[in-house]
Design a protein. Structure first.
Length: 177
């Protein structure tokens, strides 16, 4: 009887330890860090990292709303504040790339897009849900630089990933929001 009680206690302790470890380590077996089939928008990214990232994402959303309302200077100020709050937020740099592409600042758009991609990789966010933004924006940059063949190929790839966004070869602030 004592041996079976000890075995039961050991099993209970082992189970509790496993549960505690998975919770303490922040393991979430229900979803992967790899992005899924749906595009990962700025709004959908809230709650995935930490409070600092969420504050930065909210500033990005405010900037996207300002861009939608036709106030690009105020939008830019929000994106810059978002970077100051969290310099590792890839969506802040993605929004800056989109913003500068719309404003025909192609070199800046390209630099911000490169930074966004690097930060997405650092956050282990990859796959169709985030690649769709980079492919389409890179196509827009190619188009602005007169590299039409490359732009056509990239826009075709972006349309295969998300035709409702890239059908017009433009990423609006509302679509990224």
């Amino acid at each position: 009887m004592r041996d079976s009680l000890r075995a039961l206690i050991r099993l209970t302790i082992a189970l509790l330890a496993a549960i505690c470890l998975s919770g303490c380590l922040g393991l979430d077996f229900s979803r992967s860090r790899r992005s899924g089939d749906r595009q990962l928008t700025v709004s959908a990214a809230i709650g995935q990292i930490d409070a600092t990232r969420d504050a930065s994402l909210r500033l990005v959303i405010a900037g996207l709303d300002e861009d939608t309302a036709g106030r690009p200077a105020r939008a830019l100020a929000n994106y810059q504040r978002a970077v100051r709050v969290d310099a590792t937020n890839p969506f802040a740099f993605l929004a800056l790339a989109r913003h500068h592409l719309e404003g025909a600042s192609v070199e800046e758009a390209s630099a911000f897009l490169d930074q966004a991609r690097s930060l997405f990789e650092n956050d282990d966010l990859h796959g169709r849900a985030v690649d769709v933004w980079g492919v389409g924006l890179r196509a827009g940059i190619d188009r602005e630089l007169g590299r039409d063949a490359e732009a056509d190929q990239r826009f075709d790839a972006a349309r295969r990933l998300l035709p409702e966004i890239w059908g017009d070869e433009r990423l609006s602030s509302a679509e990224l929001r």
